[in-house]
Design a binder for this molecule. Structure first.
Ligand SMILES: CC(C)(COP(=O)(O)OP(=O)(O)OC[C@H]1O[C@@H](n2cnc3c(N)ncnc32)[C@H](O)[C@@H]1OP(=O)(O)O)[C@@H](O)C(=O)NCCC(=O)NCCS
Length: 227
């Protein structure tokens, strides 16, 4: 009985140390999650129940191991994180401050991805490569980028600071800063706070079928107005 009490006390002490260390090293990430998720009721809810935070904690440890050449252990930790959180972050990825993954399930972040500060990803986002080439083959996200649920950002492309990628978009080309991209393939609908007339924006339009449909819609509207 006495031994059991000792074991329980030791486990409790270990738990308190672990939680204190997490608070110490991840305080700003927990605050960032609280700010960005209206459903987060308090600090401890984020600390104990948010898979996005847990995946980030695993990632920081795995990244450290990856940097000192312990690649197998690093991958092992990232696979453990995937098992517990549904989020797969390659230990080689580079992630800035205040990163937050909301909900998280199904997120995949590739090996050569670079993520700036204050970036927000929703569930089902893929930051992936497009082929079997070596070297930098995953995206670079600037600061304060938001990637909507289910979006795929593919290849060695740059998503500029403060840009939004809409839910379920597939982005395969660079996106300038302060832009909003939606659709498949992704097209810019807003830049520097101004709406872009997609039918006139031949540089950013990637989908000729979509463009024809939009031109037809415009002509139909004009004809209806003439009636
Ligand atoms: C793209 C997004 C950021 C909105 O940006 P916005 O600048 O406010 O854009 P608007 O709502 O003014 O829409 C602009 C145009 O894009 C369209 N649009 C918006 N989101 C879209 C999307 N995900 N896919 C396709 N089209 C979209 C709108 O219908 C609108 O089209 P219109 O100009 O022909 O009417 C937002 O719609 C989005 O997808 N956010 C992701 C949120 C998310 O993932 N939440 C998960 C919570 S669990």
């Amino acid at each position: 009985m006495e031994l059991l009490v000792k074991i329980l006390v030791a486990l409790l002490i270990l738990f308190v140390i672990k939680v204190s260390l997490i608070i110490l090293f991840f305080y700003s990430e927990i605050r960032a999650a609280q700010k960005r998720d209206p459903a987060a009721k308090n600090f401890f809810e984020v600390l104990f129940l948010y898979p996005g935070l847990h995946a980030l904690i695993y990632y920081r440890v795995a990244h450290l191991l990856h940097k000192i050449g312990m690649t197998f252990s690093a991958r092992f930790i990232s696979q453990l994180a995937r098992f517990f959180t549904g989020i797969e972050i390659h230990p080689g990825a580079q992630i800035g401050k205040n990163f937050f993954i909301d909900h998280g399930m199904g997120v995949v972040i590739g090996e050569t991805t670079i993520i700036g500060d204050n970036v927000l990803l929703y569930q089902g986002v893929t930051l992936g490569g497009t082929g079997l080439q070596q070297g930098k083959r995953h995206p670079t996200l600037g600061n304060s980028v938001v990637i909507g649920t289910g979006a795929k950002v593919l290849g060695n492309i740059l998503i500029g600071d403060n840009s939004y990628v809409g839910a379920n978009a597939v982005v395969i080309k660079d996106v300038p800063p302060n832009s909003t991209v939606v659709g498949v393939p992704g097209r810019i609908t807003k830049q520097e706070g101004k709406k872009i007339d997609v039918s006139l924006d031949h540089i950013h339009v990637l989908d000729p079928i979509m463009q024809s449909v939009e031109e037809l819609e415009k002509r139909l509207e004009e004809l209806e107005k003439r009636k």
